[in-house]
Design a protein around this ligand. Structure first.
Ligand code: SF4
Ligand code: SF4
Length: 289
């Protein structure tokens, strides 16, 4: 399949870690990179990026991600309270005699600086993470890393996505869960592939993901990892909600062993490439309908 002209953003997500999200994202990206001109794997799981363990990229560039946080000139402040009222995150508060800032809560929106009538607030740029760029064979790899202990990952995720802008097929390996970082990762996607296991826990997490993605009105499909485990509850849920199950990967000891050695399944078992190609064809069909 040749997809040279495609410009697609496909997010691979799951309601919790350990369900095989990175397995699907890396194997899909690697397979497509053998068929298409410009394929990019983007690791937006910035608190614990691990796609590189399987792709072994050669890094060619790295840069810091910085965010602006407010610094208050207490002598200039006239205690109007406007900064505290505009902040949706309770990251700044006028106590009457002093303005307090809580940098861990700050989302660097700049609102407090804009409303301050006496320009008592300035921005200080603090590093919060890194972006790395490299190659693994024909596949471009972009990885975001959040500094240990920093609470807000969306700015790093935004930078990963900005670094990968332009044409090509871009595969996003999302953070697990249903919180803000996931929303940031899937935002603007043409399609979201939800990876799950057909177990009661898998169903619980899948249901939450589907509710969240419903709010964003994104096209989605499901991939089932470790087929053969658990029960039929995920299949029944998908049928009820008319969500297509686009691929199943068996609960195969050999695949698990290759994973534990840090090997891509499609490299250890090349016949699997055809399955990932078919997955991509099914995704394209959904995007176009
Ligand atoms: S920059 Fe935005 S989030 Fe941070 S303290 Fe100011 S208003 Fe609040
Ligand atoms: S908006 Fe400016 S002047 Fe008003 S309380 Fe905040 S820092 Fe002080």
């Amino acid at each position: 399949m040749t997809q040279n002209q495609e410009n697609l953003l496909i997010a691979v997500a799951s309601g919790k870690g350990g369900t095989g999200k990175t397995t699907f994202a890396t194997n899909l990206a690697w397979t497509l990179s053998g068929d298409s001109d410009r394929v990019i794997y983007m690791d937006c799981d910035v608190e614990e990026p691990n796609g590189h363990l399987f792709l072994n990229p050669e890094w060619s560039a790295a840069r810091e991600v910085k965010v602006g946080i407010p610094i208050v000139d207490q002598d200039r402040c006239i205690h109007c309270g406007k900064c505290g009222r505009i902040c949706r995150f309770n990251a700044i508060a006028d106590l009457g005699t002093r303005v307090m800032t809580f940098h861990d809560l700050c989302h660097s929106c700049g609102g407090c600086m804009l409303v301050c009538p006496v320009q008592a607030i300035t921005e200080q740029w603090n590093p919060i993470g890194m972006i790395r760029r490299g190659h693994s064979g024909a596949l471009s790899v972009i990885q975001g890393e959040l500094n240990i202990g920093h609470p807000t990952s969306p700015p790093v995720i935004r930078e990963v996505k900005a670094e990968a802008s332009g044409t090509g097929i871009r595969i996003i390996d999302c953070p697990p869960g249903t919180s803000c970082p996931v929303m940031e990762s899937v935002k603007g996607s043409d399609f979201v592939l939800l990876v799950t296991e057909s177990t009661p826990f898998g169903l619980f997490d899948l249901r939450m993901m589907v509710e969240m993605l419903g709010l964003l009105k994104l096209k989605l499909g499901v991939a089932i990892n470790r087929k053969g485990l658990g029960d039929r509850s995920v299949y029944q849920f998908c049928e009820q909600r008319q969500i297509p199950v686009l691929m199943e990967l068996e609960d195969d000891r050999k695949i698990a062993e290759a994973y534990s050695r840090g090997e891509l399944a499609v490299v250890s078992f090349p016949h699997l490439k055809e399955r990932f190609r078919k997955l991509m064809q099914a995704v394209l069909k959904r995007i176009r309908t």
